[in-house]
Design a protein around this ligand. Structure first.
Ligand SMILES: [Zn+2]
Length: 359
């Protein structure tokens, strides 16, 4: 929709999202390099990816004022993500997720997630949902959203989604955790687009039977995705789209988040009404754009590693190439670094011990 260049430039679209905004600690187990600390979590990744794609992006999160949230804020600021609705308070919590990257001798790469401190083994802080009591204040201050996104149910998240829907936003729901049944029913009623990974269907199986969302997407890992789009018909059928081949796979973490960002970026301008009336090929093209971004993201370490590595121009060119089926070998850009002294800012337990030891 980039015609009419001579006329008024379209203002940046606005996305408001709530859910997991975490500190990702990315550790390459076989390499002697420092951990990479960046913003992660499903909601954190999707909203930061959208900022990279040119959006005004507003995450709503209840963090704690600690070293981990300081790093999250720095990273979000770097990408131009709006911080208006991130609260830092003693009642909040800054989730930390440790991602271990491994490479076997034959070059196979894999990753695993841990919620324990890699230095001392203590459990790291986890997520706290936005409080219902804060919803009235939030809705008064929030800009009008083109898209509202949420990655797990809570009473406040569902209330915000309902509000955004009434205000005309396209509502996108992607449960990444088990849902409480009543909240899930309300979330499905509020959402226009629902996406779920096949390994997260357990605890959310009502999604696959939901009648009201316009578009249902179930991702199938490296096998691609299947989607059901109503297209004005009562009975919708599922259709499968194969995944794009991933060149130089490094890390599949974050692929689903890029897929979501690509779908949102392709569909938002239709609005809810336009999506209801869209052609099947429009919907399919949006899903394929998301899949191309997912394939791109797998070329880099960490969920959003590519954002720190390539220019926006190169990103657009690469996505276009992937969509055309062109593949090229990606040069590895790893520059060997030696490991310095790492302060485990992700762990209060370690920080306290460091302070005690140095006094
Ligand atoms: Zn620790």
């Amino acid at each position: 929709m980039s015609h009419n260049r001579s006329t008024k430039r379209r203002a940046k679209p606005h996305v408001i999202g709530t859910g997991l905004v975490a500190l990702d600690v990315v550790i390459a187990d076989n390499a002697d390099t420092d951990p990479v600390l960046c913003t992660g979590g499903t909601c954190g990744n999707v909203l930061t990816a959208l900022a990279y794609l040119g959006w005004n992006s507003y995450p709503v999160a209840r963090l704690r004022g600690d070293a981990a949230s300081k790093r999250i804020i720095e990273d979000l600021e770097f990408w131009g993500v709006k911080l208006d609705f991130i609260s830092l308070s003693d009642g909040g919590s800054t989730p930390v997720v440790v991602q271990h990257l491994r490479q076997t001798r034959d070059g196979q790469r894999s990753h695993s997630f841990s919620r324990k401190c890699p230095a001392c083994g203590a459990w790291l802080p986890w997520y706290k949902a936005v409080r219902v009591a804060n919803v009235p204040d939030l809705t008064t201050r929030m800009p009008k959203a083109d898209v509202f996104y949420f990655d797990r149910t809570s009473r406040a998240a569902v209330t915000l989604a309902q509000h955004a829907r009434r205000e005309g936003a396209l509502v996108v729901f992607e449960p990444s955790a088990e849902s409480e049944p009543n909240q899930l029913a309300d979330a499905l009623a509020a959402a226009h687009v629902v996406k779920v990974a096949n390994d997260r269907v357990s605890g959310n199986s009502a999604i696959l039977r939901a009648k009201t969302p316009l578009l249902l997407v179930e991702t199938l890992g490296s096998s691609g995705l299947r989607f059901a789009w109503s297209g004005g018909k009562k009975n919708r059928s599922w259709k499968t789209l194969q995944a794009f081949k991933v060149e130089s796979l490094r890390d599949s973490a974050g692929a689903g988040d890029w897929c979501t960002a690509g779908i949102i970026d392709s569909l938002w301008s239709l609005g809810p009404q336009g999506l209801a009336e869209a052609s099947s090929s429009t919907v399919q093209a949006a899903l394929m754009k998301g899949q191309a971004m997912a394939a791109w993201a797998c070329r880099y370490d960490g969920a959003r590693g590519g954002m720190y590595t390539v220019s926006r121009k190169d990103f657009d060119d690469t996505i276009a190439d992937i969509l055309k089926g062109k593949t090229k070998v990606v040069k590895e850009t790893n520059s060997p670094r030696t490991r310095g002294t790492i302060t485990p800012v992700w762990c209060d337990c370690c920080l306290t011990n460091t302070r005690v030891a140095s006094t």
